[in-house]
Design a protein. Structure first.
Length: 603
């Protein structure tokens, strides 16, 4: 059956096995008064009240119907009393979401929640619950926010489902009137559990009192509750009626951090969300990571809208993409920003243009704490460096929403990482895995991409092999890079062949290296001829060194180079002016290879 409340498929035809909603009672047919038949805390019936005046006293607000023109009919949520004991669902027909467990990220046909991972306190808690199902009493699971209190209590209660008869559970919403719960259960046999998640919302004169707890215990009803540490301490040691209730409770403390034994069990889980948690949770707790994941993912995705934070969205996406490319450490903000603005060049903005936002505003939005826990970007150990919160990376990979990393992004990440001195070994490993099918299929662009990343990672020999495969098929960038590698190791003749192809394709770096190689080879052979006594060789060598009458042209080109910041040209220009005919930087090795070029773009 399809549940209209949580939009999940239910294994039961009456109560949703995910959220507890009564599938047979649509929202518009719910009874006007009284509890919802399911007893679910969210299934609050509607009550129609006509009013135009609200008055109140210490007993609470009173709705008074108006008598003047303009009265307005409003709908307010009625606070129901206890559900009839016969309607309490058996625990075996319920799922964790019904108990208030936060959903985790899910994609495709993944189940709503990953399997439960046993905690160190489970044995103690299950023993208390088993005893409480027989004798009654109050058990409170305490812990920090998002520490897994509800899930752990649910697991302990499910362990009691094997009892005969099966325990029945009632989970009233906060503020519900509990005074008649004990009366409703009088005369009913079997095990009954009053589930009070976030117990502080159920304390008070109409909620759980010491007197009511005593009556429930007399009826052998187990009150199973959760409570944050801070709230527990305030109510337990603050005096007053709440302290009397909690003084008789058995408590189990749940740590936000996971022990080594718990993490070992987590690593053995057969669910990608749990295995991702071992890798991407960083310094956060496991349950905190799982609960925050869907919240952060939804906020980040919605931020791409033009009226939201599209530039901040791209800044976070850059951090996510660096991690997808293998760089999982902190990334300098300058690198993140450089990649974030590149998306506009390589990807269609789509629809409206992204509004301008300053880098400072983008960073402030991306690093703002969500749920007092983490931002979308997490500050690194060094100032000015950040990384994406791990669940964003894990969800991006599992969802497949961002698609494969494009070639331009691999090139940009490899260049930026090598310029900043990062170890490119993980980037190379990730790139190899990503391009393996394309390389096997003989994709020329894949050869060039993997060659570039390999060269940047320092493995020039492997890069040469990859470049040669693409260059022999006419790829201009591959010809350029292969020519420079060959020139760098002294294979000038072969280098010239590839550099000429690159120069003809318009790769500017090839112009320079190719000209230098031809110059150096001409000088080498003219010198050989001059030393062998050939006058024409000596003449052309002299012309090459400094052609008579060519000083003006030399000054022109030296001046142009010096104006562009070339120090060798400035030195040569000064030497000519003072009458010294020396060539600049004579110790420069012939055919010195140029640095790898910028990622391919307009040439």
């Amino acid at each position: 059956m399809y549940c209209p409340e949580c939009r999940e498929e239910s294994d039961d035809d009456n109560l949703c096995t995910e959220c507890g909603y009564d599938i047979n009672v649509p929202a518009f047919n719910r009874p006007a008064t009284g509890p919802h038949p399911s007893g679910h805390p969210l299934a609050v019936p509607l009550q129609t009240v006509t009013r135009n005046t609200v008055i109140g006293d210490s007993a609470g607000p009173v709705i008074q119907a108006g008598t003047i023109a303009g009265d307005v009919t409003v709908h307010t949520a009625a606070i129901p009393g206890p559900a009839p004991a016969d309607s309490w669902p058996p625990v075996g027909r319920l799922r964790r979401l019904w108990f208030g467990v936060r959903p985790t990220s899910r994609f495709g046909d993944e189940p709503s929640l990953p399997p439960y991972v046993r905690r160190d306190c489970d044995e103690e808690l299950r023993s208390l619950v088993t005893r409480g199902l027989r004798e009654g009493g109050l058990i409170v699971v305490t812990g920090g926010p998002l520490s897994g209190k509800t899930t752990t209590a649910w697991a302990a209660l499910c362990a009691g489902a094997a009892l005969a008869p099966e325990p029945r559970v009632h989970a009233p919403h906060p503020g519900a009137d509990l005074r008649d719960v004990a009366s409703e259960l009088r005369g009913h046999t079997g095990h009954h559990v009053l589930w009070l998640d976030e117990l502080e919302g159920h304390l008070g004169p109409q909620g759980l009192t010491a007197a009511l707890l005593s009556r429930l215990t007399q009826e052998q009803v187990l009150v199973l509750a959760t409570m944050r540490d801070k709230a527990y301490d305030e109510h337990r040691f603050g005096g007053g009626p709440a302290a009397r209730v909690l003084s008789g409770a058995r408590t189990v403390e749940l740590s936000r951090g996971w022990s080594e034994a718990e993490l070992a069990r987590l690593g053995q889980a057969d669910d990608p969300r749990l295995t991702d948690a071992t890798k991407w949770r960083g310094g956060r707790g496991v349950t905190e990571y799982l609960a925050l994941g869907p919240e952060l993912w939804d906020e980040w995705r919605r931020a791409r809208r033009p009226q939201a934070h599209p530039r901040g969205h791209l800044l976070v996406r850059a951090a996510v993409d660096f991690a997808r490319c293998g760089l999982e450490q902190d990334i300098p903000l300058t690198m993140l920003h450089a990649i974030s603005v590149s998306y506009d060049l390589h990807e269609a903005p789509g629809g409206e243009e992204r509004r301008d936002e300053s880098v400072e505003d983008n960073l402030a939005w991306a690093t703002k704490l969500r749920y007092e826990a983490t931002g979308l970007l997490v500050p690194g150990a060094k100032a000015g460096a950040y990384r994406a919160y791990g669940s964003l990376v894990a969800d991006a990979v599992r969802s497949g929403e961002l698609g494969a990393v494009p070639d331009w992004l691999w090139l940009g990440v490899a260049k930026g990482a090598s310029d900043y001195g990062f170890d490119l070994a993980p980037v190379l490993a990730a790139c190899r895995a990503a391009t393996e099918p394309r390389v096997a299929a003989g994709d020329v662009d894949a050869y060039v991409l993997l060659g570039f990343v390999t060269e940047r990672a320092g493995d020039v020999s492997e890069a040469e092999v990859l470049y040669r495969k693409a260059a022999d098929r006419g790829n201009g960038l591959a010809c350029d890079r292969l020519g420079h590698i060959l020139a760098g190791r002294g294979a000038a003749v072969e280098a010239i062949t590839y550099l000429e192809k690159a120069a003809e394709a318009g790769w500017k770096a090839a112009y320079v290296t190719l000209g230098k190689l031809h110059r150096d080879r001409a000088r080498h052979w003219l010198t050989k001829g001059a030393e062998a006594g050939n006058p024409r060789a000596a003449f052309h060598l002299a012309e090459l060194v400094l052609r008579p009458g060519g000083v003006d042209r030399a000054v022109r080109w030296y001046h142009a180079a010096a104006e562009a910041g070339d120090l060798d040209a400035a030195f040569a220009l000064h030497a000519l002016r003072v009458g010294i005919t020396a060539t600049p930087n004579p110790a420069e090795p012939p055919g010195r290879p140029a640095e790898p070029p910028e990622p391919p773009g307009p040439r």
